[in-house]
Design a protein around this ligand. Structure first.
Ligand code: DGJ
Length: 694
């Protein structure tokens, strides 16, 4: 398949993916114009797509604001200012390069010393199109002010009943899916807190109001960035919906210095015609193949004592827990917060990354040896970007934090944010992390981030807003370097639960701590939203205690397991308090998870049933294996669990239930459904594992 074609006579580029195509062209003034994003078009067809019609009848003017193929007059993707009072871009086409699936279209401003390169990448095995932009100051005079430098803008066809799907939330209530009519005007999805955020996540899906879980056209986009971000969707009274997105939020601006190149993160787009389920599966496959650093791996079953012990960690207690966790089948043991400095609570010690020898006499090695002795890997919690004011680090380096002159240094969770945009601070963080991983046999880091930026100043820096970008880039650089130097090291992204989940961090970590809320009922909603974009292979989920420490809800062990088994299963309960029966059941369920784990972690996800109905279910398909996890949160008389119609099966095949030996016909499972043998009462759940008969 030719991935990128240039039609010189039409000044048009056509990009192809397996099931979609994308086209842009240059207009008479050299401006890049959107042509098509949707079902496959031939080059001949693409050349006949009518040019965009401006809604106010005039030609496309940008009033001096640059666009990245946008519709004109809308939210600018590029907002540039020059010291002579001028603004925007007057595009002059310089040329293009095609390298396999990578297209780079180069422009210069007609007057100012600025080059702009629009990048596109398509591949043979995904319909995801990656886009990003590069700005280069080619002069030696005055800097150029960047007030907005988005990665890309995406334009849809006219969709009369257009809806937007996205997630909202907060700490412990992340990823709540919202699907609602797109208002006229401009809708801004954003996070201004310095990280990806619990309140929103940088992706969205748009449809004509008619798409369902397994049918209908859906357009979607996701930003690969872990700092503050902004996506603006425009719905004009007539004409197409368009969106623009990139890093940074309103009010920030940056200086592009002479000779400097500014590269935005990827803002990827994906069109599909198989509903929201199809779009999710395509994002999952793309993430598994092209984003994650170790795509083929299976994530181990973790034990983490945070919910059981809080800060109260010591050698003997952790060794005992490790023994119990290993007996249940855990494969990775993580020592969470509290192992260092004076960190007996969240009030002190953060930043002092020396092992607390009162709690761990002789250091961590005894615990690590015990964990490894049980055949488990060893992981450690760190929060490198933060400091408690009550710490030796802060007392020594009060200027290392984000701060502004004459402004209060607001603490959140009793901590301040270290300014990783400072090279000395970033170097310090890399050094102690590198030493920690070099000096100890550490297999896994849980990298946490527990508060938002406030008073985000960088006194003395001549371009202080840079810190919003440079902090994130420094985090990326440290993780990349640690990984390169310690190839065995695996990393979990955590930010007070799921506050840092995005395609940027997933390119350099192995999983995400989805939420601090481990209540299995609440988790169903959180996982439903998380899985819209991100695959189960990245979704860490622990089974904890009942009543749940956060919500007080009583939920049977089996239901808790079945919910956590829909992602990367972990254990986080206070095991010494579990009864022998509970421990035996838990060990059995961990063993069961290991049997189905490849299907869950690497299979295709189908969301079955109705999340608002009596029973919801997720189904995973990998080659000839099927796993179904079905849940009934609350029983209602007169609302029996209906047979569950499965998806993605071969109708002419037979499927054997690995637990009962019963053989089902694919056609019957698809058209009539699988009878669910749910126990009575609330919090009923079941796991079914089917294997296709040879
Ligand atoms: C927030 C994380 O989400 C928790 O799992 C735990 O690691 C705490 N931080 C530790 O302070």
């Amino acid at each position: 398949m030719t991935l990128v074609t240039y039609l010189a006579e039409h000044r048009l580029w056509l990009l192809r993916t397996p099931a979609t195509s994308y086209a842009l062209r240059l207009d008479a003034d050299d401006r890049p114009r959107h042509v098509h994003w949707g079902p496959p078009l031939t080059a001949e067809q693409a050349a006949t797509v009518p040019g965009p019609v401006c809604r106010d009848g005039s030609s496309f003017q940008t009033e001096g604001y640059g666009e990245l193929e946008g519709p004109g007059f809308g939210a600018p993707s590029l907002l540039l200012r020059y010291t002579d009072g001028g603004a925007g871009v007057e595009w002059r086409h310089l040329g293009h390069e095609i390298d396999g699936g990578h297209l780079a279209v180069r422009f210069a401003d007609r007057h100012h010393p600025l080059e702009i390169t629009l990048h596109y990448r398509v591949r043979e095995d995904t319909d995801v199109i990656e886009r990003w932009t590069e700005l280069r100051h080619t002069g030696d005079g005055e800097p150029i002010r960047l007030e907005r430098s988005d990665s890309a803008s995406w334009t849809l066809p006219v969709l009369p009943g257009v809806r937007v799907s996205h997630v909202v939330g907060g700490w412990s209530s992340e990823s709540q899916l919202k699907r609602e009519p797109l208002p006229y005007g401009e809708t801004v999805l954003t996070n201004r807190r310095g990280t990806t955020g619990h309140q929103a996540n940088p992706w969205l899906m748009l449809d004509a109001g008619t798409a369902g879980e397994e049918h209908g056209e859906v357009w979607s986009a996701a930003l690969a960035w872990s700092g503050s971000w902004q996506i603006t969707v425009q719905r004009p009274p007539s004409g197409p919906v368009a969106l623009t997105g990139g890093f940074g939020h309103d009010g920030l601006s940056w200086r592009l210095a002479p000779g400097e190149t500014w590269t935005t993160p990827v803002f990827a787009g994906l069109y599909g015609a198989s509903g929201f389920g199809g779009i999710s599966r395509a994002w999952h496959a793309y993430t598994l193949r092209h984003v994650l650093p170790h795509p083929g791996e299976l994530r181990p079953v973790v034990y983490n004592s945070w919910e059981a012990t809080g800060f109260d960690v010591d050698l003997d207690g952790q060794v005992r827990l490790a023994e119990q966790a290993a007996a249940l089948g855990a494969e990775l043991f993580v020592l969470d917060d509290g192992w260092f400095g004076a960190r007996a609570s969240d009030r002190a010690g953060l930043g002092d990354w020396q092992v607390n020898l009162d709690r761990f006499p002789g250091g961590l090695d005894k615990l690590i040896a015990a964990v490894h002795g049980h055949g488990m890997r060893f992981g450690l919690w760190v929060e490198p970007e933060m400091v408690n004011p009550d710490s030796d680090l802060y007392r020594r380096n009060p200027d290392w934090v984000l701060h502004m002159p004459h402004r209060t240094r607001t603490t959140l969770r009793n901590q301040l944010v270290l300014n990783f945009a400072r090279p000395d601070v970033a170097a310090w963080a890399h050094d102690w992390l590198d030493r920690l991983v070099t000096d100890h046999e550490i297999d896994f880091l849980k990298w946490d981030f527990n508060r938002a930026f406030t008073e985000a100043g960088h006194p003395g820096h001549d371009d202080p807003d840079r810190l919003w970008i440079d902090h994130v880039r420094a985090v990326y650089a440290i993780i990349d370097r640690l990984r390169a130097d310690h190839p065995h090291l695996r990393i979990e992204s955590c930010a007070g639960g799921g506050g840092r989940a995005d395609l940027g961090i997933l390119a350099r970590t192995d999983e995400v701590w989805t939420s601090d809320n481990t209540d299995a009922v609440d988790r169903l909603g959180i996982q439903h939203g998380y899985g819209q974009l991100y695959p189960a292979r990245t979704m860490a989920a622990w089974v904890t205690d009942s009543p749940n420490p956060l919500t007080g809800r009583l939920v049977p062990l089996r239901f808790r397991f079945h919910v956590a088994m829909a992602g990367v299963l972990g254990l986080g309960g206070n095991l010494p308090e579990w009864t022998p029966d509970e421990l035996a059941e838990a060990a059995e369920l961990v063993a069961r998870y290991k049997e189905i784990r490849p299907v869950v972690q690497h299979g295709e996800l189908y969301r079955l049933g109705d999340t608002d109905g009596p029973v919801s279910a997720v189904q995973y398909v990998l080659d000839d294996q099927i796993v179904v996890l079905a849940y009934r949160v609350s029983a209602r008389f007169g609302h029996p669990a209906e047979d569950l119609r499965l998806a993605g099966l071969n109708p002419s095949s037979r499927y054997r239930d690995t637990a009962t030996g019963h053989v089902h016909h694919g056609a019957v499972l698809t058209f009539h459904g699988l009878p669910l043998d749910l126990p009575g009462g609330d919090h009923a759940s079941t796991l079914i594992h089917l294997i296709r008969e040879p």
